[in-house]
Design a binder for this molecule. Structure first.
Ligand code: SF4
Ligand code: ZN
Length: 179
């Protein structure tokens, strides 16, 4: 969304900044479902949706609709609560751009320019649409998802092996053919 104080190059192309959409500007922070829905719809026709979403995630914009996502979806992608604090979620994040499931999300480490104490950051990348965003908290949530998934798969594998062993033991011994 275009904000004069945060003027950025991509904002010049923002659909919500066009004069014909001026009346919708409040919709982006509305609590009314219909207005929020209309705002999201406009985002999906916006040529700079991905840039807007990335900017919102990197600047922790946890209120309003950005890049077609509302505050709940943005907080989930960032793994933060209402006040922006890091939170453990039962529901892991989906890709905020294409909604791909967390199994398609991967984390990595990137170098930051500027040096100083914080020279690296985590980056989450979606395998489905190639969208990526810098994050500490959502990276943690994505890592937790993969660990959780791995342990569930191993558990299922162990249960399968136990069932196989039990079935093997339960088989009656073969009778010798009578001569
Ligand atoms: S994606 Fe939505 S909020 Fe962002 S610039 Fe486009 S219309 Fe505005
Ligand atoms: Zn994606």
């Amino acid at each position: 969304m275009s904000r004069p104080a945060d003027e950025l190059e991509w904002q010049r192309q923002a659909a919500c900044a066009r004069p014909e959409n001026k009346t919708m500007i409040d919709y982006f922070f509305s609590k009314e479902f219909n207005k929020k829905y209309a705002a999201k719809n406009l985002c999906f026709s916006c040529p700079v949706r991905a840039q807007c979403l990335k900017w919102a995630l990197e600047h922790k914009q946890i209120w309003g609709v950005w890049g077609g996502k509302d505050e709940v979806e943005i907080r989930r992608a960032l793994s933060v609560g209402y006040t922006g604090e890091e939170t453990r979620r039962r529901r892991f994040p989906n890709c905020p751009l294409c909604s791909a499931r967390p199994v398609n999300l991967f984390t990595g480490v990137i170098q930051l320019s500027g040096g100083g104490r914080w020279t690296t950051a985590k980056i989450v990348t979606c395998k489905s649409c190639n969208f990526s965003w810098k994050s500490r908290t959502s990276a943690n949530a994505v890592e937790a998802y993969h660990l959780d998934r791995q342990s569930r798969l191993e558990k299922a594998e162990r249960a399968k092996a136990r069932r196989k062993n039990r079935a093997k033991r339960a088989k009656p011994p073969r009778k010798k053919p009578s001569s």
